[in-house]
Design a protein around this ligand. Sequence first.
Ligand code: F6R
Length: 239
Amino acid sequence: FTIMKAEDYNSMSLLAAKKVIEKIKEQQNIVLGLATGSTPEGLYRELIDDHKQNGTSYRNIKTVNLDEYIGLDKTNRNSYKSFMYEKLFQYIDIPPEHTHIPNGIADDPVREAERYDKLIEQLGGVDLQILGIGHNGHIGFNEPGTSFSSRTHIVKLENSTRMANSRLFNKVDEVPSQAITMGISSILESKEILLLASGSAKAPAIKHLLSEDVSENFPASALKLHKNVTIIADSAALK
Ligand code: F6R
């Protein structure tokens, strides 16, 4: 891993944004892999600021999100589709048809997962994948025990994950119990990966990632099998 230590959340976000913008300048039709959650929100704010101030264009960019809840309709503000629109897409010049998120309300979720894998392949694969990390080491919605050979698939969410995510819902019961997520193998096919972590609550997960062996019990450890991973973490997450 290349590890970049940032002082705090804002500098982590700024470092990540610089890296993304640099890639876009190199290759204007890049396929960007995106994540939701609290961690990349600052990165998205920086990208929006840069778009406004410097005019970095997203017209030729394609995005592929990691995951989506199953069963939240389009208007639900907690769907990842809404999240991406609210936090990023509405503020940049990306054509809506260039933004891809697994469809969490597909009639046949298994077929939707297959469609998503094919779509990524057709796009030529992900050039740069942004990741956050769960307290239990999950990446995307791949919980501990997920096979490293997994492709996009349907998962049952662990209670700890539902609890962690319930902060955005009225109550934990409203958090869906299933999701659709890119698999570990799909994630590892990205040409480059940027893992972001901020805050002391993530410190044990980062410590585990850096000090323990590769194991399916800690999904993020699969990243050790990839040649081009950068971790940008703030000082609290690196303690
Ligand atoms: C979100 C995702 C998740 C989050 C992880 C950390 O698309 O794939 O793996 O990255 O749950 O979430 P936050 O950033 O909210 O701590």
